[in-house]
Design a protein around this ligand. Structure first.
Ligand SMILES: Cc1cc2nc3c(=O)[nH]c(=O)nc-3n(C[C@H](O)[C@H](O)[C@H](O)COP(=O)(O)O)c2cc1C
Length: 641
């Protein structure tokens, strides 16, 4: 039985002064959620720090008395990259069982129940925290209420079917909840009750606010967190670095130069797909299967529009330095620090004017708004998630377009850095092997260009930026570790399935295998619609064949009957049986359709269903065999989006 939190405070000197809110977010929802939690704590007079998990000093974790964890789930149940350092540290073997016994935590997981592993990252994180002795806030209640103990929750989480959804919903506790984007009211359905309960439990442990503090309402403007200090540049430029044409990079980012930007699809083809070549300043090597993050810039016109709409033109080009005003809240990593910059540059390079307006954005506008009609409309949005869904999500409006529609509402300079979300990086599988292209990164990028259901044309931010990017431009990028790994043992057969732009990581693998002398143990299944329009790397595929790679190409629409990668896999039954089952080969699948990986797995299972000598006697055996290959991650992998 763990000591009560109050006892902790007295006995161990663990007086919680504030709450630490750690989030791991990939597309911004968990970050937005964490910031909402932070605002609520401050509004009620508590102190808190809201930070990305990747910026947190992990050695401090055992000394955090009040912790709120917020994470989404990505990939096939993967934690967002920002959670990885913390997660790896928590998994280290030999950690004492009760290393986190002084930590009291709440957790909110974000997910989507249409995925197989609903909120998986949140679940495994909660389970690991509990098994290291951390106490879930709201459990072990000693007021005689019927609350489960932490130990009971550990056991429950151990048994929890992480793939289930409905059942898990029942397994929410006071300070542990799962948010489902598919729920009728979206994440709000579980977030609001979880927030209310968590606040009720946490706030009494915090020191009372100073007598001068007055709790403000949700529609009042909170004190700003960040400070914009305009400077006399002449006087200050000796101490602060100027953010010039190229700005300061976040940790882990580096510069590259754009050397090629080639349209790989036919001129009349519906989709514009680019082969992009970049030269790395650092000339670093990277493993095949690595990912490249790019950070696009907002166009000058959009920045101008935003400045005009908010009457911030006069401030746009004045040199300034950004700092934190609230000592509990360090500057987030996306804002330039100790750097002379301008509002225009920050809007162009660091903040996202194309982000979808979330509820928190409407809450901000409501705080700034004074015009009656707009106030009423904003109140409707805040009260009803359906209204936001209809207005923002379905028609894919951006915060910039929303500002244009709420013309009388202006975001003041004091809060602009808080209101706008960080400009998100976009990730792409690297299509090259650094053995074949030392010092270079090559990508295959499908530009996003479509019409919404309101027939409004939409281009992705990255797509607009990349389309117009001049050769020799400097591009900030970050190389992320692979999610797919080639077999370690030499000459293990590898079957690579990558239709469409899914061929990108497969090309990196083919190049690596040729460089390693393993071409003859490599098969590539590529699919496109037409050999004249969207057959990427066509000439290279001929060269790969000459090296001995088994290259098969399915052009689905070039003949009467449709041919897909799975059709070719079935045709190659002898090779598939030999490589996968007899020679313990690996299979990799990558592509942009959720249906394709399933069809490929099925085709492989059908092909190997009569391998009696290996104990596979029916389709179910074969399907289990294939699932095991992917589940363990040791015999291949899948990347789909
Ligand atoms: C590519 C992708 C993969 C996802 N995979 C899962 C998953 O396996 N399980 C799950 O519960 N949710 C999954 N989701 C849903 C996200 O967890 C959900 O959209 C969440 O709100 C994202 O939060 P973030 O913006 O902070 O990253 C996935 C979303 C995307 C875009």
């Amino acid at each position: 039985m763990h000591a009560d939190l109050a006892e902790h405070s007295d006995e161990d000197g663990l007086n919680p002064e504030k709450v630490l809110v750690l989030f791991a977010s990939e597309t911004g929802n968990a970050q937005d959620t964490a910031e909402r939690v932070g605002r609520e704590i401050r509004r009620r007079g508590g102190r808190c720090t809201v930070q990305s998990m990747e910026d947190f000093d992990i050695s401090e974790l055992p000394h955090v008395p009040l912790l709120i964890l917020i994470t989404s789930t990505h990939g096939r149940g993967h934690p967002p990259p920002a959670m990885i350092p913390l997660w790896t540290a928590l998994l280290r073997s030999g950690l004492p069982d009760h290393i986190l016994e002084d930590v009291n935590f709440a957790l909110y997981g974000l997910g989507d129940s249409s995925y197989e592993k609903f909120c998986y990252a949140g679940k495994i994180l909660a389970r690991r925290m509990l098994s290291l002795g951390a106490r879930l806030l709201g459990s072990d209640d000693e007021d005689g209420e019927d609350k489960p103990s932490s130990d009971a929750i550990v056991e429950e989480m151990r048994q929890m079917d992480v793939n289930g959804t409905a059942e898990d919903e029942e397994k929410q506790h006071d300070c542990l909840a799962w948010g489902d984007e598919r729920a009728p009211d979206g994440l709000e359905e579980t977030f609001l009750p979880w927030l209310a309960r968590t606040m009720d439990i946490i706030l009494p442990f915090l020191p009372p606010p100073s007598p001068a503090f007055v709790e403000y309402s949700r529609t009042d403007l909170p004190p700003p967190l960040y400070d914009i200090r305009f400077i006399d540049q002449e006087a200050e430029s000796s101490t602060a670095q100027l953010e010039g044409e190229v700005d300061a990079l976040e940790p882990g980012w580096e510069w590259a130069t754009l050397k090629r930007n080639f349209r790989a699809t036919g001129g009349n083809w519906w989709q514009d797909v680019r082969e992009i070549d970049l030269t790395l300043e650092s000339k670093t090597d990277y493993a095949p299967g690595s990912i490249c993050s790019l950070r696009p810039e907002t166009s000058a016109e959009e920045v101008d529009t935003f400045l005009k709409l908010n009457k911030l033109e006069d401030e746009a080009d004045r040199p300034m330095i950004i700092d934190n005003l609230n000592h509990d809240q360090p500057l987030p990593r996306h804002l330039p620090r100790q750097t002379v910059t301008t509002l225009r540059r920050v809007l162009q390079r660091h903040l996202d004017l194309r982000a979808p307006p979330r509820k928190s954005f409407f809450e901000w506008l409501r705080r700034f708004s004074t015009e009656e009609l707009e106030v009423d409309r904003l109140d409707e949005f805040i009260a009803d998630p359906d209204e936001i869904h209809e207005y923002a999500t379905r028609s894919r409006r951006s915060v910039l377009e929303t500002m244009a529609e709420f013309r009388n509402t202006k975001i003041p300079l004091s809060h602009v850095l808080e209101v706008l979300a960080p400009l998100r990086r976009r990730q792409f599988s690297i299509a090259s092997s650094s053995k074949a292209h030392p010092g270079e990164i090559q990508l295959l990028v499908a530009l996003v260009d479509y019409k919404t259901n309101l027939k409004v044309r939409r281009r992705g931010l990255l797509s607009s930026w990349l389309r117009d990017l001049q050769l020799d431009s400097w591009v900030p990028l970050r190389i992320e570790p692979p999610t797919l790994f080639l077999p370690e043992a030499r000459n293990t057969p590898a079957i690579l399935v990558g239709p469409g732009t899914g061929v990108a990581p497969m090309r990196a693998f083919v190049e690596e295998r040729i460089a390693n002398g393993e071409a003859k143990e490599t098969a590539l299944y590529f699919g496109c619609r037409s050999k004249d329009q969207d057959m990427y790397f066509a000439q290279e595929m001929e060269t790969w064949r000459k090296h001995g790679v088994h290259v098969r190409i399915a052009c689905s629409r070039d003949q009467e009957e449709k041919i897909y990668v799975q059709t070719l896999i079935k045709e190659d039954a002898a090779l598939i049986k030999d490589w996968i089952v007899r020679r313990n080969g690996n299979v990799y699948i990558s592509g942009s359709s959720n249906a394709m990986p399933k069809a490929v797995r099925k085709a492989i299972a059908e092909t190997i269903q009569d391998m009696q000598e290996l104990g596979i006697t029916c389709l179910e055996d074969a399907q289990r065999y294939v699932e095991d290959m992917f589940e363990s991650g040791k015999r291949g992998g899948e990347e789909s989006w």
